[in-house]
Each structure stands twice: as C-alpha cells, then as structure tokens.
Write a new protein. Structure first.
Length: 462
C-alpha cells in the first residue's frame, strides 16, 4: 500500500523559494501560478510585494497589478526601481493606467508620466484630459478595426497582427478612410462566412456608440440594455476614439453601489478600503452628516416644546412618541431605499413621479391603517389587562391610531419624493439617506401626532 506524499502549499513553496533568492527559480514559479494566486501571495507577504511583481514577466506582472487594491498598487509603485515601474506602466492598458494615475497626487503623476513611451504618454494625457467619471476616462485605444473593402481573409490577418494587443477581439470595428465609425461586427460573423466575402457585405449600419463626455453610470445602463461586452466611443463628428469594455463598467457599477450604500447609511463615500482610510479622514467623512442630523433633530425638540402644555395635561401622549417617530421614520426609509434602487437600475425616472406618488399614497394608507389598528389594540389591551390609559382610553386609542396613519403616509410620501427631487436638481438621490429621511419625518411626524391628539382629545383630556 503506497502512501501519497502531501504537496506543500503555495505559501510554503513560496517561502522556500524566496529564501534561496534565486531570481530565475522565483520567476519561473510565479509565472506558472494563476494570477489570482499570485495576488494572494502579494496580500500574504506584504514585505515581498514589490519583489513578487519585479520577479515576474512583465505581461504577467501587469495582470496581477490590475487586480490589486489601490493602496497596494501605490506601495508597489513607490518601492519598484524606475526601469521596472516604466515597463509596468507602459504595459498597463491605457484605461487601467488612467484609473490608477488619477488616484495619485499631481506631482507623482508628472514623474510617472515621464517614464512612459511617447505614444503611451500621448494616450494617457489624452485620457486624463476628460472629465472625472466620464467615459473618456475608461476608454482604451486598443481595438481592432478594418475597412469595408477588406475581405474576411484580410480581417483575420489584421486580427492575427494586432489582436494580441487589443482589449477584446469579440467585436471588430469598421471605419472609413476618415476614421469615422461605420459599423461594429461580432467576430462570429467573420468566422461563419467564406474568406473571400467583403466586410461591406456583412454590414447592417446599425451600431450603438458612446461619447467620451458621457457619464459612466449612463454607459452602465447602455451596456445592460444592449447586452454588449464592448462599445465604441466616438467624437461628435463620429470619429472612432476608442472602446469601453464590460470589465471596466462592472468596476464602475461596484464603486457606484458601494458609494450609494455609504450615503444611504448617512456618511460620505469612502474612496479607499475601510481599513486603509486614516482615522482622522474617516472622522471627517462621518462627522459632517452627524452634525447635520444632530442639528436637524433639534427641530424635534422645538416641536415638542411647543406642545409642552399638551404633554403636561396628557402624559400618556409622551409614552407613544418613540412609536410614532419610529413608524414614520421606518416607512420613509423603506420608500427612499426602494426608489433609490429603482432609479439606479433605471426602473423609474423623474417623469414617473406622479405614478410613484400615487402608489406610495395608497401603500402608505394601507400600512398606516394596519399599524393604526395595532396601535389602537395596544391601548385597548393595556386598559383591560393592565388598567392603563384611564377611562378615555378609546379616544386616546383612536387619536394614536389616526396619528399613526397620517405619519406613515407622510413618511412614505417624503421617502419616495425626496430622491426624485434630488435627481431632478442634478444631485445624487442616495444623499436623501435613511438617517436624513428619518430626521425629517421625526419633526413633521410630531406635528401630525400632536395636532391629531389636540383635535380628538380637545374638551375631554385637553
């Protein structure tokens, strides 16, 4: 019976190799591993992260560098020798290089751009010239283009010559001699047709394109609606400038999602991983919203002080303040979250405001009635089982139940309309975060509560 020897783990193999300091062995070992496994080694061995990148072949090092966290990328670039940095940056796809450079201080960017080859420097400066969060920052000039008069055989010759440097060859772009985009054709069309057939015979003149000034979030919607892996980017005169691929759009979508989640939670968006954000910077990101919400809550105190005499006469009303406030805040937060998500997914637009308002009024009414009935039976049960609330418990129960209906309805209307209003003003709907909605509904909810209690208990308890 033979015993199988257990293979040493990747961690153990690397530890053994790094101690030998044999660069050739280390290089061969790293080049044989999966990209994700090498990225894992970078995370496991922070003291060797620059040497891991430096000891790989350039194209493999680029693939690893692209998937590392920004903070790790910064450290590696700072630690690498200039010639290795130059090779790495020159091999990075222009869109990834631009994404990395725009996160660095301007003086560092100037020094790194000097390391680029003339052609790469020109491309990078061009991409950095587009507005932040625009498609121009994501596009890459690495694509395969052909002309209408080319045969399919010539197309495949072009692909073999330039395809290895292209971001994708799933789609081939057709341009004229002026550089204007005429069509985009999927590669399967070339594969399924005879070699002598011309490109113009495959063209249908229907294509979807983006402009470099378009917002990145808008492009995400275009990709989703048209099920594309890449889209061309054209100038106003229809000159083909570059392409944007789905992998870049997925990164944008992830960043937008993270940013919206942080804003919904009542904090400014973090532009770095949580553990990499300096403590004072984290404090500044969070304290601004807390101050706004804190000051907003003082309006609640003002509202309550105006009804001080009412509270003194009917102390039971103060018992239900937390219930009233939470009901309105929760319903408003629910509505805001649903509408913000629907806006992000393109399910609704600002023009749908009346349809949304109508739905929220009815849903708010139904939820309010349900909670109002529950509130009434809490008063009813409290009187019969515990002897609470006094002889006018029915009026108190009706006052609280009716107030809950009004507060919940108001909360749903405010929660659904505020994101649309912010969108209409050109602001980020996520800034109407749940804490902000809750604070706003707290104040107005108290006014509804005490107003309803005053009307229904006047002459009996007031």
């Amino acid at each position: 019976m033979s015993l199988e020897l257990e293979q040493p783990s990747l961690h153990e193999q690397f530890t053994t190799l790094i101690s030998t300091e044999d660069k050739l062995l280390i290089r061969n070992f790293l080049d044989d591993q999966n990209i994700s496994d090498v990225a894992g080694l970078v995370d496991e061995f922070p003291d060797y992260e620059d040497r891991i990148i430096a000891n790989m072949s350039v194209h493999r090092a680029v693939s690893v560098f692209k998937i590392l966290e920004l903070s790790v990328q910064k450290r590696i670039i700072h630690e690498l020798p200039p010639n290795t940095t130059a090779a790495l940056l020159n091999q990075l796809p222009p869109d990834d290089r631009t994404d990395f450079l725009e996160e660095l201080p301007s003086n560092v960017v100037r020094e790194l751009i000097k390391l680029l080859d003339p052609d790469e420097r020109k491309i990078t400066l061009s991409l950095l010239g587009y507005p932040e969060n625009s498609i121009g920052r994501l596009m890459t000039p690495d694509y395969v283009y052909v002309y209408p008069w080319n045969t399919i055989e010539e197309v495949f010759a072009t692909i073999r010559k330039y395809g290895k440097d292209s971001e994708t060859i799933n789609v081939i772009y057709v341009i004229n001699d002026k550089g204007e985009l005429l069509d985009d054709i999927r590669i399967r069309e070339f594969i399924l047709n005879p070699p002598e057939k011309k490109v113009e015979d495959l063209m249908d003149d229907r294509f979807i394109s983006l402009h470099p000034e378009d917002d990145q979030e808008t492009a995400s919607d275009v990709f989703k609606m048209n099920n594309r892996v890449a889209l061309p980017v054209v100038s106003k005169s229809n000159k083909l400038l570059g392409i944007v691929t789905i992998d870049d759009i997925l990164w944008v979508a992830e960043e937008e999602f993270s940013e919206d989640m942080q804003k919904i939670g009542g904090t400014e968006a973090l532009d770095e991983p949580y553990l990499d954000v300096p403590l004072f910077k984290l404090y500044k990101k969070r304290i601004i919203w807390l101050i706004i919400l804190f000051v907003g809550e003082t309006l609640t105190i003002i509202a309550m002080s105006n009804f001080q005499k009412t509270l003194e006469q009917v102390l039971v009303l103060s018992t239900f303040i937390p219930l009233i406030i939470s009901s309105g805040g929760n319903s408003g937060s629910q509505a805001a979250t649903l509408i913000i998500q629907a806006l992000a997914l393109g399910e609704v637009t600002v023009q749908d405001w009346w349809r949304i308002a109508r739905r929220e009024i009815f849903s708010g009414l139904l939820m309010g009635i349900t909670l109002g009935i529950v509130g009434f039976f809490i008063i009813f049960g409290g009187y019969h089982m515990l002897g609470l609330f006094g002889e006018h418990y029915v009026r108190i129960g009706l006052a609280i139940g009716t107030a809950i209906i009004g507060v919940v309805m108001w909360g749903t209307i405010m929660g659904s309309m505020l994101p649309l209003l912010l969108k209409r003003w050109g602001a980020d709907p996520a800034t109407s975060s749940t804490p902000f909605i809750a604070t706003l509904v707290d104040v107005t909810g108290l006014l509804i509560y005490f107003g309803m209690a005053f009307l229904m208990l006047k002459g009996v308890l007031l």
